[in-house]
Design a protein around this ligand. Structure first.
Ligand SMILES: [Zn+2]
Length: 377
């Protein structure tokens, strides 16, 4: 949960707000508020309706409407993500959380290698949800415009609906660009994957994504549009990450943790003093040890745990006081990719390998990176 605030659950999926998202809401409200006159005439032109400006331009109303529109936009982004997640759940995939970031949402899926048959409907349903929301808002523009006789009162409502209608249609079109990490990139990969192996399909889709990123970046620089440059940057990073992740997944295919784990594990007892653990870290250069009590793994003690202690108290503390209890472990049959995923999700450097409570070995992030290097040969 790095920098994210959990606000609740929908359909059993935790919904989180990233701090960049909390910054962007007031920023959007302000931008929309300052440009309201221009937007008003633009929206009127696009939809062919006359929006009464009396109330809309009155006092703090532009910023209030800006806040409503930006909240509405992100409610739309959330619905878009929920649509992706519901399709994924239906296919038996697990969703860890939906996080709303600066530029939209991300559904964190447990599965790292997508099945093209599932990926296609899953990728398409998000943009289609945005399109449906946009069309509903646009439909309501005309309903409200015709139904409310008091023109000044109808002004703000028509403005909000028209703005959200347009934004959701733009969201639909933008997300369908055939560029990773956007939904259109996934659609493209799913199509390519019917004719070629997934890594190659991913590589091509990622290259197309990088091409779009460069194009956006150049356009952004020419037009002096910082938002376009930032979007270009995010697309480029996203496309690279996706292709690396798939590359690793394929290199590590059919390698199990049992095959690569270190069997000689240095463990510590819960009653070991902290300074002894620290000496052990200096001597072995291992920055984490499984804690074993009467033969059973009960937790892990890492350098991070020691960091959290007050240096003055350190002499009086033992492992039991600072260790992480019930630390995560994996069975030796588990694929190496699982360990890699767990490590990056939980931000940990090592995973103990355990069968029926017996500690068999340990696998570190460095071990996995070495295996990747060997397999790349
Ligand atoms: Zn999407």
């Amino acid at each position: 949960m790095d920098g994210s605030l959990r606000i609740g659950r929908l359909f059993g999926i935790p919904i989180e707000l990233h701090f960049t998202f909390l910054l962007v809401i007031p920023l959007f409200a302000w931008i929309i508020g300052t440009q309201i006159e221009l937007t008003l005439s633009l929206l009127g032109m696009v939809f062919g309706v006359e929006i009464d400006p009396t109330l809309v331009l009155n006092g703090v109303m532009p910023y209030l409407l800006g806040a409503v529109v930006s909240l509405g936009l992100f409610a739309g982004v959330l619905l878009h993500e929920i649509a992706h997640s519901l399709v994924a759940l239906r296919w038996g995939m697990r969703i860890n959380a939906i996080t709303l970031y600066l530029f939209g949402g991300v559904s964190q899926m447990e599965e790292s290698t997508p099945d093209p048959k599932i990926e296609l409907p899953m990728a398409l349903v998000g943009p289609l949800t945005s399109l449906a929301l946009g069309l509903i808002c646009i439909g309501l523009v005309y309903v409200v415009d015709g139904a409310i006789v008091d023109r000044p009162l109808a002004g703000p409502l028509v403005f909000i609906l028209a703005y959200l209608g347009l934004l959701n249609v733009i969201l639909f079109a933008f997300n369908l660009l055939p560029a990773f990490p956007m939904d259109g990139g996934r659609v493209l990969r799913a199509f390519l994957a019917r004719r070629m192996p997934l890594p190659r399909a991913t590589r091509i889709a990622a290259s197309v994504g990088k091409g779009f990123a460069v194009l956006f970046g150049v356009l952004g620089l020419i037009a002096l549009n910082p938002i376009l440059v930032i979007i270009a940057f995010f697309i480029y990073i996203g496309a690279s990450q996706e292709s690396t992740a798939i590359h690793y997944t394929f290199l590590l295919k059919d390698v199990t943790l049992g095959q690569i784990m270190s069997r000689e594990v240095m463990t510590v007892d819960p009653s070991t003093p902290i300074h002894v653990v620290l000496d052990q870290m200096y001597a072995t250069k291992h920055l984490g040890f499984p804690v074993v009590e009467r033969g059973a793994l009960i937790g892990m003690v890492t350098l991070d745990d020691l960091h959290r202690t007050n240096p003055i108290d350190r002499d009086a503390l033992i492992v039991r006081d600072v260790m992480t209890r019930g630390a995560l472990s994996l069975p030796p049959e588990a694929p190496v990719v699982d360990a890699l995923r767990v490590m990056s999700e939980q931000n940990i450097g090592r995973v103990p390998i355990v069968r029926e409570g017996d500690l068999l070995g340990i696998v570190t992030r460095t071990d996995i990176m070495k295996v990747i290097e060997l397999r790349e040969l």
